[in-house]
Design a protein around this ligand. Structure first.
Ligand code: NIG
Ligand code: FE
Length: 417
């Protein structure tokens, strides 16, 4: 593979720093180099600095990308998505606009279960076709790695099918997929009066099979009224941990359910949503080193106004992560620039903090911090060129597509959906 030189970047957001997630004031330090260049070799960052300082290989083995005064930053890492499902839920979107709530629609058999019905009926090819479309959307928004959950199959066979498709999509590339089992998303219809049987099925049949085949890296549970309670969540996550999966929890989305404390008790890697979290909860998460993954797009799309206390979390020393929560019900967007805009306007994060939360911190949250999340020698060359000289324009001028070129493992792709 030839080397690539990216030159004439007005800003290179290196995110260089300690080899761990960033907290507190560290999140404001993006390690910006002005008028800098990046040399990429064998898909990895070889050197970063001023052009005259770089030791360049022979011109005939060097491909040059002129950034023309644009800014360059690490590609986004979306640490929470639900991208394998059939159809959409635009009809429910309209119902909510007319006044029905997400909860009412779910209780009437819509919501997650309506996506489950359609997903079960879809062929592998149909699911792959739609997921590949989403894959292009992620890339054109500057995202090159996603955590991808199952959770619209809700049976042993269907959840395993979703995870196998995620593996296949990861293999196809260029988007990198990190698989998470979310069999405990909601109770499937056929288990309506047999809650315990479904929990037992996951624990006794699904988890051992998933672990045996190496199909998932993480297991997740939706811990919320209407989904799984604290006792069920504890049993499920303990079982997942015992077969070697890392664990995470969807919690405190609609109420302070106690899931954050459970995440701390079980040393979950992440607690996701946290729209309702008090100060004691922040301290509990910090002491247990649980990473908060905040999902403001789901709050925006549901027309809600309770955003998580991101400011207090950062000031309290938590390694905050931002993600889309891409899913057909609450967050039908793959756009990390949109998420960064919401984080700044609705949660009072600064643009620099939002970038740290969606690159280096997200990389560490997915245990990929040694390879992804910053532009430092030795790391994989996953980066984006923005068509603006100051990265803050991407957030300030919300809704404008600034991602011009995406590089995954050092290979450039034009950002076209
Ligand atoms: O993260 N909270 C649970 N799951 C998704 C919603 C999924 C759906 O509505 O299809 C979420 O918001
Ligand atoms: Fe989610």
């Amino acid at each position: 593979m030839n080397s690539i030189l990216i030159k004439n970047a007005s800003q290179v957001l290196t995110l260089a720093g300690p080899a761990r997630a960033r907290t507190g004031p560290e999140m404001s330090n993006l390690g910006i180099l002005h008028d800098a260049s990046i040399l990429i070799s064998e898909g990895r960052i070889a050197q970063v600095g001023f052009l005259e300082e770089l030791a360049l290989p022979d011109a005939h083995t060097l491909e040059t990308i002129d950034a023309q005064g644009c800014s360059v930053m690490p590609a986004f890492i979306d640490a929470h998505t639900h991208p394998v499902f059939a159809g959409d839920r635009m009809d429910e979107f309209e119902m909510r606009i007319r006044g029905r709530t997400y909860r009412e629609i779910s209780e009437a058999g819509g919501g997650i279960l309506s996506s489950v019905r359609r997903t079960r009926q879809a062929t592998d090819d149909e699911l792959l076709h739609q997921a590949r479309k989403f894959s292009r959307w992620f890339l054109c928004g500057g995202t090159t790695t996603i955590e991808a959950k199952s959770g619209y199959g809700l049976s042993v066979k269907e959840e395993i099918r979703a995870l196998r498709l995620i593996h296949r999509l990861n293999h196809e590339g260029p988007l990198e997929w990190v698989p998470t089992l979310l069999a405990a998303h909601v109770l499937p219809e056929e288990f309506r009066d047999r809650r315990n049987d479904y929990v037992r099925t996951i624990i006794e049949k699904l988890l051992p099979g998933v672990a045996r085949e190496g199909l998932a890296e993480y297991a997740d549970v939706f811990c919320e009224e209407g989904a799984f309670n604290l006792a069920e969540t504890r049993m499920l996550l303990l079982a997942a941990r015992s077969v070697g999966l890392k664990i995470r929890i969807h919690t405190n989305q609609f109420s302070n359910s106690g899931g954050a404390e459970l995440a701390a008790e079980l040393s979950a890697r992440t607690a996701d949503h946290l729209d309702h979290l008090d100060e004691a909860g922040i301290v509990t998460l910090r002491d247990a080193r649980v990473v908060p993954v905040l999902l403001p797009a789901s709050i925006y799309h549901l027309g809600r106004t309770e955003f998580p206390p991101a400011r207090k979390m950062i000031d309290g020393g938590l390694a905050v992560v931002l993600a889309t929560d891409f899913n057909p019900g609450t967050a039908p967007t793959t756009s990390m620039p949109m998420v960064l805009s919401l984080a700044c306007t609705q949660m009072r994060m600064t643009p620099a903090e939002a970038v740290s939360a969606s690159t280096i911190n997200a990389a560490y949250a997915l245990d990929r911090g040694d390879r992804l999340g910053s532009i430092e020698a030795g790391k994989q060359a996953d980066l984006i060129i923005l068509s603006c000289p100051d990265y803050r324009q991407m957030i300030y001028h919300f809704g404008i597509p600034f991602v011009r070129t995406v590089l995954k493992r050092g290979r450039p792709y034009a950002a076209i959906p």
